[in-house]
Unconditional design. Sequence first.
Length: 561
Amino acid sequence: MNLENNEKNLDFIRLRVKEDKESKKNDGRVHTRFPPEPNGYLHLGHAKSICLNFGISKEFDGLCNLRLDDTNPIAEKIEYAEAIKQDVKWLGFNWGDRLFHASDYFDQLFEWANILIRDGKAFVCDLNFEEMRKLRGSLTTPGENSPFRERSIEENLDLFGKMKSGEFPDGSKTLRAKIDMASPNLNLRDPVIYRIIHKEHPKTGDTWKIYPSYDFAHGQSDSIEGITHSLCTLEFEHHRPLYDWFCKNLGIHHPQQIEFARLNLTYVVMSKRKMLRLVEEGHVSGWDDPRMPTLQGMRRRGFSPQSILDFSERVGVAKRENVIEVELLEHCLRQDLNKRAQRRLGVLNPLKLTIENYPEGQSEEIDAVNNPEDPNAGSRKVPFSRNIYIDRNDFMEDPPKKYFRLAPGKEVRLKYAYYVTCKEVIKDKDGEVLEIICNYDPESRGGDTSDGRKVKGTIQWVDAETAIPTKVRLYDRLFSVPNPEDVSDGVDFIDNINPDSLNTIELCLTETSLGDIEVGLPFQLERIGYFCKDPDSDSESQLILNRTVALRDSWGKLNKS
């Protein structure tokens, strides 16, 4: 990074890192880390932290570790750990040879815990968690010392060793730091630093029967790895004195913890607990449901990593909690896909159109531009014949004024192909339109006519002979209100689920080139929106498309400078 850069362009974290680097603190090193717990899938809020930690390390010629904080075997799974690595790579970041686990340091953490005991700064407590809670006090009243607080150093060392050996049942004893039960900061009121858990660990197996708390493992893991700047969200601000206390009292390398506001987004819940409930109660199909804000779900929906990086940069880093409009995220997605997504033809509500004066049995290939925004995208050949399908929404038998699509006697342009004029409408006995009969102008291929006339309406179409029957899933926002977690008494956030967050159209038609499209690769169905192929296509042996986002961009229009 150019340290002469205008400081107005730096957020408060980057300013602090810049100052530390210039003052040669930590010998001028910059070393960050992204430390997720492998107890669920990463979501958009984690993406912000990933971009921040890896971004700062790159900008300041530093390093960034990926560390899995695997200190709770009850909730952790290997599948979560693998998904975390996959998601970080998908966003475009590389930790090199610096993949670590908190469990890598269990031996060292155990030794440090023994040091605290020998220094009279930790004790084994027999209170259960409910009893500890009652003695903890409140924000206005001090807590009370545990009756086991004054055990001798020898007894504490002996009991802690037996805890490690698995001689006591879960919840019967804990190791607690001996700090100050009257501290105004509740996190300093003799916090638990080890608890007994008889559960096999995904990485260490059944070696350990005790596991360190997050507060004890996190700062010490940072220290072991030589982290210089430990970036955390604001909920850890009140934990910072405890982070500092452990480093100071163990006499170890002391990284600087800096807090920033977490990402809050309208129409979205960012709580892992609430997401888990959505999954377990069947409100969504899984953690990778395209309506979920998980990176797995967003990737399945067709989000590009570039759009998420752009969104994270625009959101920036703040010291205070705020709420970002989901329209900004959608705007970033459209901006990116408009530049890179190829165009294809499709109709969601097919209506047969027969070109009466087109020779029977004849077919041809029409040149279609892949992306008008990308001069290097080239073109493709699209089959065209006498029988095609248009979208039923592009025809109206009795249209209002200034209706520019197809109607009796009206002429429109078939995208990339010819001008056609509606001559006849065929209906069933109930008056439902079954087919439209048109004539075409053979001289209008590609939109050029010998007399130079132009039409205002252009509609999409697919060739009847080669079109692919397609199932389309129209995804919308999962919640119907901007803040689904803002609920009154007796109301659950689940009650705010949008009943129209998923609508499935069983039989659409798309152009033949989509038959070989890659799963997850976003493209634009012209005049409809951005879509991608869903993985279910392979198991169901049919093309299934997920709508990534519609074309309309209200945020972009409202925020033009």
